[in-house]
Design a protein around this ligand. Structure first.
Ligand code: GLC
Length: 543
């Protein structure tokens, strides 16, 4: 199997609005990212997935694009963008652009034209439908952001489709002109020297709205193969699709090199495990750690050589992992390091979301006025109308709301965490005085250095990239697995709990330590009492 740079590196996700503000307007920007490149270089990453920086009215924080070939004024200019690409390249860091092409903003020129009437040449760039017989919405398709996915255009009497907000009309991928326009835009960015694309809700582009099919439509893979040929194919770029409904079988369709589609996909099976089956993301059940282990292990073994995994715990849509499944108070440091070790030791390309490397936590709110995210706000109003209590809704937002991960990056203990000299667009988490980059860099035992060490180990040990994976059978809340490569075996163990637990793995003798989140040296795993959230990797011999 051909080896690629994107299998060997670790990618860091920057959410530009919240990363670093350079001009005091309270909003992160491109010069702010450039300023922090030395920090990212120190961490050791090889690429930045940059959440959208294109021109946008910000109904969904940049995921509603009004001009793909211009930069949002709040973030800077195209010259800043070119400088970011160049400065990052000097430090061995490639820029991965967020490609949002399931929909545009309703303020995009194409949609402004399309709304002018049925005869407009851009009309067919979007998805339109006549009212149902009763005069209401064309069918039952719902928006991810609550309510129907159809919005009436009064002027023409037709509805347009928006699987997200009504300011995010869906593009009609069946129209070859739409596809060509997207490919031209992708080539515009490829010519600027970017390292690839993260493809927003890419599994929706093959939708058949009249049949209420949205994800995994019949022409999805045909379009991706066409896109590959027309744009990044053969250019050694990283392409990662956001695919909520992917199973390992589906992931192979996207990422089997023989099919010439994408490098890899983000799968979300493990991310749904604390959600009540058949309900929404807000309806929670306790995490079954056994189910988590088995889901991750299945992805590790099933792709084989017919695909490649992406590994992540966090992104800008998900809560902070230590608040979600770890312990963000007493065992914050230990549990953050456990998540780091368990993830980076698996097979696939690891992604780190800004702030994860210093153990940032969720940011609870007490009133809806403190919430910026459109998804949470819409859900709040929808559920209030359905009779839910405010308390129950806010509790759900505090657990799963997207603002949890979007509070400003905590750089130091000065006012507003050193993120801005002005007023931040979203309140800084009050724990910034303890949890911040400056404090992490000053403490040789900090979470930051665990991430740095993991990234360094990956550069030194091909086993971490290419080794086979085997899940070991251990008590439910101990996650233990092996990686094997060219005669060498590494054992990875994590105690997924607040309690001490006994580990019995007499079949291995320890040859050398690799990484550990507690200070003492591990010499044996035959009988070992694991501390709360203890995690380590050791090189072993199998007896
Ligand atoms: C993806 C993005 C999310 C956005 C949505 C619509 O899920 O990650 O932030 O709201 O697509 O573009």
């Amino acid at each position: 199997m051909k080896k690629h740079w994107w299998q060997e590196v670790v990618i860091y996700q920057v959410y530009p609005r919240s990363f670093k503000d350079s001009d005091g307007d309270g909003i992160g920007d491109l010069p702010g990212i450039i300023e922090k490149l030395p920090y990212l270089e120190k961490l050791g990453i090889g690429g930045i997935w940059l959440s959208p920086v294109y021109q946008s009215p910000n109904d969904d924080n940049g995921y509603d694009i009004s001009d793909y070939e211009n930069i949002m004024a709040e973030f800077g200019t195209m010259a800043d963008m070119e400088q970011l690409i160049a400065e990052a390249a000097k430090r061995g860091i490639k820029i991965i652009m967020d490609l949002v092409v399931n929909h545009t903003s309703d303020e995009h020129r194409w949609f402004v034209e399309a709304k002018k009437g049925r005869e407009n040449p851009y009309r067919d760039y979007y998805v339109w439908a006549d009212p149902a017989k009763d005069g209401g919405v064309p069918n039952g398709l719902g928006s991810t952001f609550s309510g129907t996915a159809w919005e009436l255009d009064e002027a023409s009497g037709q509805y347009y489709l928006h699987l997200f907000s009504k300011k995010q009309p869906d593009l009609n991928w069946e129209n070859p002109q739409v596809r060509q326009a997207v490919y031209d835009m992708m080539n515009f960015w490829i010519d600027k020297g970017i390292g690839g694309f993260r493809m927003d809700v890419i599994d929706l582009i093959g939708k058949i709205p009249e049949k209420e099919i949205t994800g995994n439509g019949p022409k999805l893979h045909e379009y991706l193969q066409e896109m590959n040929q027309a744009t990044f194919g053969g250019k050694e770029l990283l392409t990662v699709g956001e695919t909520w409904g992917a199973t390992p079988e589906i992931a192979k369709l996207y990422s089997n090199p023989a099919r010439q589609e994408l490098s890899m996909v983000f799968q979300f099976e493990h991310m749904g495990l604390d959600q009540e089956p058949g309900k929404e993301k807000w309806d929670l059940q306790p995490l079954d750690v056994g189910a988590l282990k088995h889901a991750l292990a299945r992805w590790q073994t099933e792709l084989g050589s017919e695909g490649w995994n992406s590994l992540f715990w966090e992104n800008h849509d998900l809560p902070r992992i230590i608040s979600r499944w770890g312990n963000d108070s007493r065992y914050r440091e230990a549990s953050a390091k456990l998540f780091a070790i368990l993830l980076h030791m698996m097979k696939g390309t690891p992604y780190v979301y800004q702030g994860e490397e210093i153990g940032m936590t969720n940011a609870p709110v007490t009133d809806i006025s403190e919430v910026a995210d459109i998804e949470s706000r819409n859900m709040y109003h929808e559920r209030l109308a359905k009779g839910f209590t405010k308390e129950a809704i806010l509790a759900a937002i505090n657990k799963k709301g997207r603002d949890n991960a979007r509070t400003p990056m905590q750089w130091d203990a000065t006012k507003e965490a050193g993120f801005t000299t002005g007023t931040p667009w979203l309140a800084v988490n009050p724990n910034y005085r303890e949890i911040n980059v400056a404090a992490a860099l000053a403490d040789p035992n900090s979470i930051f250095y665990t991430y740095q060490q993991l990234i360094k180990l990956r550069k030194e040990h091909p086993l971490m990239i290419w080794g086979d994976f085997e899940l070991l059978s251990t008590p439910t809340t101990i996650f233990a697995y092996l990686r094997r490569y060219e005669g060498e075996t590494w054992l990875v163990v994590g105690n997924f709990s607040d309690d001490t637990q006994e580990l019995h793995l007499p079949q291995f003798s320890v040859l050398a330590p690799v990484i550990h989140n507690y200070p003492e040296k591990i010499t044996s795993v035959a009988h070992r009492l694991l501390a709360p959230w203890e995690a380590f990797t050791v090189k072993v011999r199998e007896e």
